[in-house]
Design a protein around this ligand. Structure first.
Ligand SMILES: Nc1nc2c(c(=O)[nH]1)N=C([C@H](O)[C@H](O)COP(=O)(O)OP(=O)(O)OP(=O)(O)O)CN2
Ligand SMILES: [Zn+2]
Length: 150
């Protein structure tokens, strides 16, 4: 049976700031992020399986990505916890803002690496993460490919 890639798209609104950056993105600001998640596998051949003909039910993929990424990052502001931004984060959290501290500079590149690990850990054994595309703006995106990281 052929290997097939299937893709589901997600969007979420997230704030961030790039500590130490030499441009306007050092300021707290936000993006309407767009995430394409592509997995690869073999469509189920067992006619008695309710998921017959599917690599993975789009609904099951949606559940994983929603729980791991969308529900966590949507309407949160992300800061690198290894920088003085941790103080700003604490102030916001104390005022009941949704703050997310991560262990990296929250660029598209670093976020997509984080997302790849989180999604890979949740996929069934027979389904592999093929690639991710994270768009920060209409003209800027970062991609993670399993083949680049084998
Ligand atoms: N390699 C990266 N460069 C930049 C990132 C990033 O994640 N990876 N992030 C930023 C800022 O957070 C912000 O996204 C600005 O990006 P930019 O594309 O420069 O935004 P503009 O609004 O200026 O884009 P235009 O569409 O060109 O107007 C900066 N760099
Ligand atoms: Zn930005």
């Amino acid at each position: 049976m052929s290997k097939i890639r299937i893709t589901k798209q997600f969007s979420f609104e997230t704030g961030h700031a790039l500590y130490g950056y030499d441009g306007k993105c050092k300021n707290v600001h936000g993006h309407s992020y767009n995430l394409h998640v592509t997995v690869i596998g073999t469509p189920i051949a067992d006619t008695s399986n309710v998921k017959y003909g599917m690599v993975i039910d789009f609904g099951d993929l949606k559940k994983i990505v929603k729980e791991e990424i969308v529900d966590v990052f949507d309407h949160a502001t992300v800061f690198n916890k290894n920088t003085p931004h941790v103080e700003l984060a604490k102030e916001l959290a104390d005022r009941d803002h949704n703050v997310l501290l991560v262990d990296y500079q929250p660029t598209s590149e670093m976020m997509v690496i984080d997302f790849a690990e989180k999604i890979k850990n949740r996929l069934p054994e027979n389904i592999k993460l093929h690639s991710l595309r994270l768009s920060e703006t209409a003209s800027s995106y970062a991609e993670w490919y399993a083949s680049d990281n084998a």
